[in-house]
Ligand binder design. Sequence first.
Ligand SMILES: *Cc1c(COP(=O)(O)O)cnc(C)c1O
Length: 389
Amino acid sequence: MAFGVVKTIIQALHNATNQCSTLLSLHEPTFAGNEWTYVKETIDTGWVSTAGKYVNDFEVRLQEYTGAKRAIAVANGTAALHVALLLAGVERDTEVIMPALTFAATAAAAAYIGAVPHFADSEYATLGMDPDKLAAHLDAVAERRGNATYNRQTGRRIAAIVPMHTFGHPVRLDELCAVCEKWGIVMVEDSAESLGSFYKGKHTGLFGKLGILSFNGNKTITTGGGGAILTDDDALGDLAKHITTTAKLPHKWEYVHDMVGFNYRMPNLNAALGCAQMEQLPGFLQKKRTLAERYIKAFAGVDGVSFAAEPADSVSNYWLNAILLDKADMALREDILEKTNAAGFMTRPAWRLMNRLPMYAGAPRMDLSVAEDLEARLINIPSGAGLAG
Ligand SMILES: *Cc1c(COP(=O)(O)O)cnc(C)c1O
C-alpha cells in the first residue's frame, strides 16, 4: 500500500517537472538577467560595500513593487526581524506570539532581545496562524491593563503578534488584524517567504506596523544573503535605516553614534544582485504559478496526498510547493522522503515545531494540535522558477 503511494508520488513529480535524471533541489535560484553586469560594476568601481547606488536602487524597487512607503535593505531576513521586533516595542521579558510551525529565525529574533516566544496553532486552510483559535486563547489567558495586554499565567506583557506566511501562502490577515486591534498588540509580519504574495490585493508585510522580507539563496529572489524591513511609517523607516547602519550621525569625519546600532546593512554588491533579480520577479512568479498548476494536475489523481494550494482571498507566490499526506503517518513520511530523494527529487519535511526545540521547551503555548498534525503530514517538493521551463 505505502509502496504504491510512494511510486505514484514520484510519477507525479516526474510529470509536473518533466525531469528524471539530475537532482532537483528544493529551490534553485535563477540568474537570467542583468546580474553579471550590475555585480561586475560594483567590483569595477570598487563600491562593493557600504557605499554605492545599488542599495538605494534596490530599496526603491522594493517600495515600488510592494507598495510599502519604506523598504530598508539589511544583511538578512533574521536581522530584519530582530530590528523590526525592537522597533515594534518588544523588550526583555515580554512575550511574542508566533506560530509553532515556522522557521527557527522567527523565534530566534525574539530570543535575541530576551523576549519569550509564545506559540500559536496553525490552521489547515492557510498553514499559518489560526486567528479564531488565537482569539479564543487570548480570551482565556490575556488581560488588558491600561494600554498593554498581559499573559495572566506568566505575568509578562504580550508585546507583539508575528504571523508568518507559510511557503508564501498568506494568512487570514483581516481576522488577525482584528485580534491585534482588540487587544492593542502590535503586529509584525514575518513575510520572509512571501515576496510576491498578496492578500485582498495588498502585498503581504504591509498589514502590521512592520513586515520583513528575506532574500536568502533559496527564497523567491536572492541577493546571496539579504533581507528588508517594510513599513508605511516614515519615522520608523528612518529609525530602521539608522539603527541598522551603526546609528552613526552624519558628519564629515567624526564618529559619533547616538544609539547602540547594528551593522546590519546590505552591502552594495548584494544589492546589485537584488536589482537584477527584482527585474525578473514578475517572470519568476509567473513560472512558479505554472509549476504549481502542473503539480495540482499531477497530484489530483494521487490517492493519499493533496497539494497545498493558495488560500481564498489571496495570491500566493508559491515559494515552496508542498504536498500534504491525508493522514499523519511518520513511517510513510520517512519512506516518501527517502525514496523521492533517492529518485533525484529533493524533498524536505516541514520544520520541527519550535516548541519541540530544546531552547523553547518551557515557552508558553496554546493547544498546538493542528500544527502537530501538519508537521507530520507536510512535505516540500522542488519549487524553483526554472522548473517551469
Ligand atoms: C528565510 C526565513 C527567515 C530568515 O531569513 P534569512 O534571510 O535566512 O535570515 C525568517 N523567517 C522565515 C519564516 C523564513 O522562511
